[in-house]
Design a protein around this ligand. Structure first.
Ligand code: UD2
Length: 342
């Protein structure tokens, strides 16, 4: 004898599948932003191993084993080249790299009064920086109307990206890592093979070409190339994520030049920004903001090519004997007049 009606199992199918649909939709709704963020989307970089092929008929000076620069070290202890004038053949490097049809992204921040440096930066870049390569400048500024119009050669483009201003120069300088990282995700990974991230308050004075390309490229700071590691202005407080002890460090790298394959610079900016944020949570700001985090990153992730101080000089410094040419140099600036806080 039956007291309760027994429901046939297939009758339950309809409400059960309805319930699954509602729950599934709810989960999707909760996580929709995460799912659509670039972190969750597969994106590919244009990373590639290029062969060093030269076209027929190229002629260049014979490389010598016993003749060359002897006054400077031109290789790191992990066997990465240190690029000085006289250690490479510009004709040969151009012949190898030009047929690769590379595009070089170049990011530059011009926030607040620093927009006034853009004209000289761009005009001199058009004379000396990656000539006859495709170059894409990305100018980040809070004053898009004040970006000067500069004549660009064929194959070179400029994109202006609006970002908010700030009343702390330390923040402007440090936020560059985050903004570069985000722009690589949204745009640059599709548009370029290599990238250089440069300081705007600078001018180019001499060739800066394909000899500077590599997986991960850094520059030796002109102020510290002749001193021992205990004198480097690394972050010395163990509480900071940028901490370097007195017996650590290879060189002191300048934050004004970071370069390499887009993929490698993406990893670098992601990591440095993460460490910077960790510090901020603990109310610590490293001694030289992102430059301190960069130095720690490059201690553990060795650059594949190191640019000598020819690629980052400072106008107030007299040229030294070993620096045969100055390619890129920071202009003399009146900090009190151009920074929002000083
Ligand atoms: C050093 C580094 C710089 C950065 C900084 C630490 C060198 C030659 N430079 O430069 O790369 O690591 O220390 O924070 O090693 N900026 C603006 N608006 C501002 C302030 C800064 O756009 O109001 C941008 C601009 O692109 C500038 C860059 O941030 O070139 C670096 O700032 P800086 O030149 O004032 O920093 P500085 O000279 O101390």
């Amino acid at each position: 004898m039956r007291f309760f009606p027994v429901t046939k199992p297939y009758v339950l199918l309809l409400p059960a599948s309805g319930l699954i649909l509602i729950v599934g939709y709810r989960i999707f709704w909760l996580f929709r932003e995460k799912i659509s963020s670039p972190e969750y989307q597969e994106f590919t970089f244009r990373t590639k191993e290029w062969n060093m092929v030269i076209p027929d008929m190229s002629s260049y000076n014979q490389p010598r084993i016993l003749v060359g620069r002897t006054d400077v070290v031109s290789v790191t202890p992990w066997l990465a080249p240190i690029v000085w004038e006289g250690t490479f053949d510009p004709v040969l490097t151009d012949n190898i790299y030009k047929p690769m049809n590379l595009t070089i992204a170049t990011t530059v921040f011009a926030v607040g009064k620093y927009v006034s440096f853009l004209k000289d930066f761009l005009e001199t870049a058009e004379k000396h920086f990656m000539i006859n390569f495709r170059v894409r400048y990305y100018v980040f500024t809070d004053r898009p109307n004040e970006v000067p119009s500069v004549n660009l050669s064929g194959g070179r483009h400029l994109t202006v990206i609006s970002i908010p201003g700030s009343n702390r120069w330390q923040e402007i300088s440090a936020q560059r890592m985050k903004i570069i990282h985000n722009t690589i995700e949204t745009q640059i990974h599709k548009e370029a093979d290599y990238i250089f991230c440069l300081d705007v308050d600078s001018k180019f004075h001499f060739r800066w070409g394909a000899e500077s390309l590599g997986r991960l490229v850094s520059v030796i700071h002109p102020g510290y190339y002749d001193t021992t590691r205990n004198n480097f202005p690394y972050e010395r407080r163990p509480a900071s994520k940028a901490f370097m002890s007195m017996d650590q460090g290879d060189y002191y790298y300048g934050g004004a030049v970071i370069g390499g394959l887009v993929e490698d610079v993406y990893k670098l900016t992601k990591e440095c920004h993460k460490e910077f944020e960790e510090d901020a949570k603990n109310s610590i700001e490293a001694a030289w903001q992102e430059e301190s985090h960069l130095n720690r990153y490059l201690y553990y992730n060795k650059p594949s090519k190191v640019l000598s101080p020819e690629y980052l000089w400072q106008d107030f410094k007299a040229r030294t004997r070993e620096v045969k040419v100055i390619r890129f140099s920071g202009v003399i600036k009146n900090y009190a007049a151009i920074r929002p806080n000083e």
